[in-house]
Structure formats: C-alpha cells, structure tokens
Design a protein around this ligand. Sequence first.
Ligand code: NI
Length: 244
Amino acid sequence: MGDGSVKHRFGSGAWIGAAIAALLLLSVGFLGWQYAVQGTDSSLTAGLELGTEFTLVDHTGAPITQAAFEGRPTLLYFGFTRCPEVCPTTLYEMSGWFEALGEEGRDLQAFFITVDPERDTPEIMKGYAEAFSDRVTGITGDPDEIARVIAAWHVYATKVPTGDGDYTMDHTASVFLIDRDGVFKGTIAYGESAEAATAKLRRLAGTAGLCSGGSLRGGPVLDQAAVLERIARIEDHPVAVLET
Ligand code: NI
C-alpha cells in the first residue's frame, strides 16, 4: 500500500486525536527524562529502608546477593550499557572519583545493576564495566528478579520505544550510597560536582577527617578516548557519548 492511501483513511478528528496523543507522549517522555536526569525522588532520605534480598549474577556469571552491599562502603548505580550518555558519563565520573580519592577511597566498592537485563548479559556487563574501572562490578540476571530490586530501591526505569523497533530506557540517574552496615546514606546526583561527590564518598568511607590523597585539579586521570574505544570493542554494542 502506498503511503498516500493511509492518510485518506483518517478523518481530521483522528489526526487531532493523534496529535494530542503525541503531545501527551512527548510531555510524559519529558517528565521521565527530567526525572531520570535529576535523579531519584527527593523524598529518599538517609536511613530509609531500601533494597531487598535477591539472587542475581555478577559480570563474571557468579551468583550475587544483597549481602554483597555490606561490609564495605558501597556505590550502587542502576543503568544499562546501551545508554547513550547518562550511564557512560556517570561511570566515567565514578572512576574519576576513585582516582581522586586514592588511598582514602580504597575500601569503596561499586555495583552497576542493569535495568535492561534482556540485552545486558554478564559478558556485555563485564566488558562495559571494565571499560571504566576495575572497581565496578556489573550485576544482571532474571528480569523479574531485577524488576523486584528496582522497585525495592524506588528506582524509576521504563522502556521507551525508539520508533525503529528498538528501545531505550529512561531511568533514575543517581548513585546510591550505602554504608558498611548496608544502610542507605544518600545519593550523588547526575552532574553533581566532583568535589561534592568525593566529599560524600569520604564521609561514606569514614576518611573525611584525613588529608586528601589525590587532587581533583586536572580532572579524572582516565583517558576518555580509551574508555570509548573499549566500549566500541564490545560485540554488537553501540558506541557511547561522554558528557564531560
Ligand atoms: Ni543511562
């Protein structure tokens, strides 16, 4: 069928309806984007009961449970490896925080839980996480189990069709901070300055009173081009953009 014939089958009412629906979708999409970029619900306060027991797999394919978030100060980030910008930027900045903290941050560990478990296999998660840092462990697994964990952390994550039969994910962009006892202490928002982020991480690690081991001057030590090149090497994986 030619594309002209499609138009003739709709009256103008249908077009107005479609236009209103499109506008509604756009505004919902914008709100979702705003929410994802601005981070978690601001009602999340330290000490809140977040998280749930779970059994998933880390990026080596080994089983991992909620117990992994205890014993060491922990950064927890929800995202997906096909994220065009927010996730690669966050993981890039995270690796910069680790570099800046040096010895003060040696106890910190970080987990990257995928909100797109259907595409993010352990293998892809491994290649992706390691493109940024050897301090970040990817977590994936059963989509229902992931959905439970997402809900338990009050994380926003939703599939957004891209029109070409593919999809992207809108999601909460904050990094959750968990202390050694597994208690939620707060978040680092997307775009927060490196100075603010590392101050929070020093408090989390209990090294806030110590002299700084590293300097933020000069920015992250990590080579951006090298990170992007490592991501591009992941088989059938789209390239990423770093917003820095
Ligand atoms: Ni993302």
